[in-house]
Design a protein around this ligand. Structure first.
Ligand code: WT7
Length: 658
């Protein structure tokens, strides 16, 4: 049995009938060379020069890969470059100054257009302003902004001066922000007064204020005024207004700081298997090369395209495929502030239609919602500009895959299902849309040069169709370099399980279960660690459990995922109360409040089940796996080895999953 989600039991892997890329697509695709897999294999690791060649280097690199200190690999060592220069300046120099870089679509139907020249001006002004505030190279700048243009501008301004950014998703709580600022010892914060959620003005600054109160360091803060008169705010002595500051530095430019390829570009916190979020460190050269290469080879983006990734920049998808990848290629990227169903459920299709979007990239959770809402909404609009569709964040089963292709892609656009992670930096598993057959329900093979394997407990490859652990056997340029919290944690989280350091064999473990077919196509089955994926967002069960046990009157808590048609996974919380008392009327609300204030509303359980005791092994460990089976209405098998088997029936009755 490989995992807690039951994938170890032999289940058929659901894939639909294969489809070839249409000729019209293949003819124009960025990558059409069918030999590319063999070429990359033969030339590995030098094959990755193809990715590095998409960038402009200040100094050429000496070595493609240095593996002397594995698993702390170095890519493109000796090379120097600046990420903001690559995403902005060089497009001006190439005579494309008035080409649109970002097309921003606001929640209330406003739109703003930033050419590469506009972006250059604003990034420079804000970079100068950051310098003015005292930000130096290698200082971590925390950015806590929703989907407004100041977010990518601030990221690029940081990159320009060599200050790593740490973007914290705007929907996370004050506590979550404080934890991340503390861990990164960050003394600079870029935030805003608030933003619109549906029709309402929502106060972001009060969350930022609370976070600042609980961190030890003094924090210089810049506040973007997004809401104007809808939410008046007063600035303190150590707070500056973003627009005032940019006016103060109007017209100033800052030379891009030439960074070593291995210098940190950014830090991104993500949920791990313990309660503490992990600070994933990405390096400048390898990351940028890998995101540019996959934007080119997988998303098939050209500079002439209008490309839209409907994710939030607050997570890795937005870093890699709204900001760095597309802008490095000099394309036009759409950035959308709102939700898919406001003011109506055709909002996204209206945006695709009006902007004539060529390539559209979203998550299965959104696709399942579109499917539920029905095809009338997309049918109201002209989607004929679309050439390629992408999916990311969770497994997509054949039904939504086919619906997406049929109703958004006219039954004709290739669909790429891209598997990757915060830690991998960029896409790892996907079909190449101009070459490979698509199999709905399977993401695809490892990309050229990438060595994915599905292995058993002993690290040996499983038979085709069997479930196992998804691993990556060779390094790749976009890989995380370490965790900000320390090299030891990096090794223990990802490398210890399947590597053999004595023989200098290093295997990366993803935390996912998967199956692989005869053609090497990977079907990802889901997380097998203490991470759950809710609507494509990664949450740690232990982090949620600790927010619950913080509540007065709670004795113990176990959080598990339950499969859900709508969100992929829903959160089920099993809670026992102190002294086995009946839960009082307020405890449910206090649990929800505690989760919302320590993590954010995205971590709210869809069900809280109270039980006098949690099921435990003889040695006293909570049997989370059993609770997961209960939540999913699975057959439980033999529970007699529990210390308290009698509790199982009671919990099943309470869960309504008997
Ligand atoms: C986890 C990583 C990659 C950016 C978004 C999430 C799941 C991601 C797929 C896919 C099946 C997928 C995995 C992975 N996942 N893409 N195409 N098919 N599962 O990044 O927050 O770091 O989460 O998302 O479980 O481990 P993340």
């Amino acid at each position: 049995m490989v995992d807690r989600n039951g994938w170890g039991r032999d289940r058929p892997v659901p894939t639909g009938s294969p489809r070839s890329p249409p000729d019209w697509f293949a003819r124009q695709a960025n990558v059409t060379d069918e030999e590319i897999y063999e070429t990359f294999e033969r030339d590995w690791p030098d094959c990755w020069e193809r990715a590095a060649d998409l960038l402009s280097w200040d100094e050429p690199y000496d070595t493609v890969l240095n593996d002397e200190n594995a698993p702390f690999y170095e890519w493109f060592g000796g090379g120097k470059l600046n990420a903001a220069y690559n995403c902005v300046d060089r497009h001006l120099e190439a005579g494309r100054k008035n080409h649109v870089a970002i097309r921003w679509e606001g929640k209330h139907g406003e739109h703003e257009t930033y050419t590469y020249r506009d972006l250059y001006v604003e990034v420079n002004e804000f970079a100068a302003a950051l310098r003015g505030l005292g930000v130096e190279e290698d200082d971590v700048v925390t950015i806590y902004l929703p989907m407004i243009p100041a977010l990518p501008i601030a990221m690029l301004a940081c990159a320009r001066i060599g200050a790593p950014h740490s973007v914290v998703f705007a929907g996370l709580s004050a506590d979550a922000l404080a934890t991340r600022m503390d861990a990164a010892e960050s003394e600079y914060l870029i935030t805003c007064d608030g933003y619109y959620r549906r029709g309402d003005a929502f106060n972001q600054k009060s969350k930022a204020d609370n976070a600042r109160l609980s961190v030890e360091q003094d924090v210089e803060t810049v506040v973007v005024d997004r809401l104007g008169d809808d939410l008046p705010h007063v600035l303190g002595d150590d707070e500056r207004d973003y627009h005032d500051l940019c006016r103060e530095y109007a017209g100033e430019t800052v030379d891009p700081v030439s960074r070593d390829a291995e210098d940190m570009l950014f830090l991104m916190y993500t949920s791990g298997t313990t309660g503490e979020p992990k600070g994933v460190v990405h390096a400048t050269g390898g990351y940028l090369a890998h995101v540019a290469w996959t934007s080119h080879a997988v998303l098939d983006i050209t500079p002439e395209d209008t490309y839209w990734c409907a994710a939030d920049i607050g997570w890795i998808t937005g870093h890699s495929y709204i900001v760095y990848g597309p802008l490095a290629l000099g394309t036009t990227a759409v950035m959308y502030e709102g939700t898919p169903d406001y003011p109506d459920r055709d909002r996204l299709w209206e945006i695709v239609d009006r902007n004539a979007v060529d390539v559209f990239y979203t998550a299965p959770t959104a696709i399942r919602a579109f499917m539920k809402w029905g095809s009338d909404y997309p049918d109201r609009h002209d989607l004929s500009s679309l050439r390629l569709l992408g999916s990311v964040g969770e497994p997509i089963s054949p039904r939504p895959w086919n619906w997406y292709r049929e109703h958004i892609g006219r039954g004709d656009c290739p669909v790429v299902d891209t598997w990757w992670q915060t830690e991998t930096g960029a896409v790892i598993v996907s079909t190449l849309p101009g070459i490979d057959e698509m199999k709905p329900g399977a993401a695809g093979p490892g990309l050229p040069g990438i060595d994915v394997a599905v292995v058993d407990e002993a690290g040996d490859p499983v038979e085709p169709g069997q479930a196992g652990y998804l691993t990556i056997g060779r390094p790749w340029p976009g890989m995380a370099r370490t965790l900000y919290d320390g090299d030891d944690r990096f090794r223990s989280e990802y490398w210890d399980r399947f590597s053999d350091p004595d023989r200098d064999e290093w295997v990366y473990f993803s935390g996912d279960a998967a199956a692989i077919d005869e053609d090497g196509y990977v079907t990802v089955l889901g997380r097998i660690d203490d991470v759950i994926n809710v609507s494509g967002r990664r949450l740690s069960t232990m982090e949620i459990e600790s927010a619950i046990t913080d509540v007065d009157g709670v004795a113990e808590a176990a959080v598990v995922g339950r499969s859900s048609e709508a969100t992929g996974t829903e959160i089920y919380a099993y809670v026992s109360t102190a002294g086995g008392h009946d839960p009082d009327a307020t405890i449910r609300q206090r649990i929800v409040d505690s989760i919302e204030s320590t993590i954010g509303p995205i971590a709210k359980p869809s069900e809280i089940v109270f039980t006098p005791e949690l099921p435990k092994t003889r040695s006293g460990k909570i049997m989370r796996r059993l609770l997961e089976d209960i939540a999913n209405g699975e057959d439980l098998g033999d529970t007699s080895s529990l210390r308290n088997p009698e509790i199982v029936g009671e919990i099943q009755a309470e869960s309504g999953t008997e």
